[in-house]
Design a protein around this ligand. Structure first.
Ligand code: AMP
Ligand code: MG
Length: 472
């Protein structure tokens, strides 16, 4: 069988100034280590033999119809504007329209230098590639919008990071790679015509019902508000919410130093480069609003009546905290088993979270244990839970089927940092069993899987991962 990808490319039809034509740079000895058949089917891809797929997903051969490009964008990194970023280690092979009618990008990440690489080598090492594979697929299974992983290939080459590491390429699939930073780059350069073209393209591709730049802003706001609330509801910390990592389609994108919390604390930060805690767990809603404000600023540059547009954009951005809060409430209400809405619900939720923070309660396990009413064991001082549970039980008495609500809102399995690290350590030694086990178990995060109970355990003191790295 021959690998075929029914490419139907649209981004490569946009003006040349949107990207650089750039083929992936071949690698020495590609070996396919993961291939996502279920996703391939959605993309209408016909798989080929293993050797052929290794060559293609390493970028050594180009499947028919591919038109590789490195996309241009800019962005705010930790609050300061960088006027040019762009794909420095990725190329977009092209797009397919899936069996579900959705157009998606197929991108190789780690595929070698591009005109946007700056001082980087354009490569990725195996650790972050497998990490993104596992975590993005886990996010998808959790029901959270995200880019996905189609394939991972070891390159047979060494990449220099903290030391010599095995190189790898990830094939990433996204509803698009349009970011806030894609708009910023044209706005920043005063290229109004390009900005208009990009706006039209984004609307047609993602929000056909949206009207004009302000309609797009509103649609992105709504998608991002839902996304951030979903992150919060599973204890996810993105870690590097720069505007170039903020997707217009509202997907989670760029799994660098991201992490799921073990024990709950609102100020949790894992990323080694986030020294000020800008992207801490509980800061994420504020940062999402900040990012949307940057999109608003960029979009306004194309409007004929800027004064009216500024007023409308301000109103759109100012409504975002309320929307996130509303989404957050809905998610957390479900997490404690509430389908209906009552006035005291929010106080009940925040009281539980405060007690969890004081008791180093494991975020995932505490909520999951609520389903069987044995969450008290998760607290250093179980009485702290008992006190809360009195009011909770009284509230649950007015609910029809709280168990059913909780079991689909509280996953049993998340990709815990220490398990992801152990999986990477094993893979570096050539042992892919932990990788395959993690991917399989995390594909059904809301289903109890007794044979995988060890994957629900928080890390022991020795296993705790204190910091995560971008992996660049
Ligand atoms: P990220 O932190 O992954 O969002 O990347 C920020 C920017 O740095 C993007 O423009 C990347 O393409 C670029 N970049 C990251 N790592 C590398 C690398 N190893 N070589 C070249 N460019 C890179
Ligand atoms: Mg990025």
């Amino acid at each position: 069988m021959t690998l075929t990808i029914p490419f139907d490319n649209s981004y490569a039809r946009l003006p040349n100034s949107f990207y650089a034509r750039q083929a992936p740079i071949p690698v020495r000895a590609p070996r396919l280590v993961a291939f996502n058949e279920e996703l391939a089917q959605i993309l209408r891809i016909t798989p080929g033999d293993v050797h052929e797929m290794a060559e293609a997903f390493a970028g050594n051969t180009l499947p028919d119809g591919a038109e590789p490009i490195a996309q241009l964008y800019s962005g705010h990194q930790f609050g300061s504007y960088n006027p040019q970023l762009g794909d420095g280690r990725a190329v977009l092979l092209g797009e397919t329209v899936g069996t579900d009618g959705i157009r998606r990008d197929i991108q190789l990440k780690g595929s070698g230098p591009t005109p946007f690489s700056r001082r980087g080598d354009g490569r990725a090492w195996l650790g972050p590639v497998l990490r993104e594979y596992v975590v993005s697929e886990a996010m998808h299974a959790l029901g959270i919008p995200t880019t996905r992983a189609l394939a991972a290939v070891e390159t047979g080459e060494i990449v220099l990071r903290e030391g010599p590491m095995p190189g790898a390429v990830l094939t990433r699939v996204a509803q698009s790679h349009l970011r806030v930073g894609t708009f910023q780059v044209f706005a920043g350069r005063g290229q109004t015509e390009n900005l208009r073209k990009l706006t039209g393209y984004a609307i047609a591709r993602h929000y056909p019902e949206a009207e004009g730049p302000m309609g797009l802003l509103r649609a992105v706001r709504d998608a991002q508000a839902r996304l951030i609330a979903q992150w919060m509801s599973v204890g996810f910390i993105h870690g590097v919410m720069n505007t170039d990592n903020c997707s217009i389609a509202g997907e989670t994108i760029d799994y660098g130093p991201c992490a799921f919390m073990d024990s709950y604390h609102p100020n949790t930060v894992y990323s080694s480069i986030d020294r000020m805690g800008r992207y801490a767990y509980s800061n994420q809603p504020d940062i999402a609003v900040w990012n949307l404000a940057q999109l608003a600023t960029a979009l306004i540059q194309q409007v004929d009546d800027p004064e009216a547009a500024v007023e409308e954009a301000t109103e759109i951005v100012h409504a975002m905290p309320g929307l996130i809060h509303q989404e957050w409430q809905g998610r957390f209400r479900a997490k404690i088993g509430l389908d209906s809405e009552e006035d005291g619900d929010e106080a009940l939720i925040t009281d539980l979270l405060t007690r969890m923070a004081h008791n180093s309660a494991d975020f995932t396990n505490t909520f999951r244990a609520l389903c069987d009413d044995n969450a008290r064991d998760q607290f250093l001082t179980p009485e702290a839970f008992d006190e809360w549970a009195v009011g909770w039980q009284a509230r649950l008495a007015r609910e029809e089927d709280p168990q059913a609500v909780m079991i689909t809102a509280n996953p049993a399995f998340i990709p815990r940092n220490h398990r992801v690290e152990q999986m990477i350590q094993a893979a570096v030694q050539g042992d892919y069993a932990p990788f395959h086990r993690l991917t399989k178990v995390l594909a059904r995060p809301y289903t109890d899987q007794p044979e995988a109970v060890d994957l629900t355990y928080p890390p022991t003191e020795k296993e705790v991962v204190h910091a995560t790295f971008c992996g660049t």
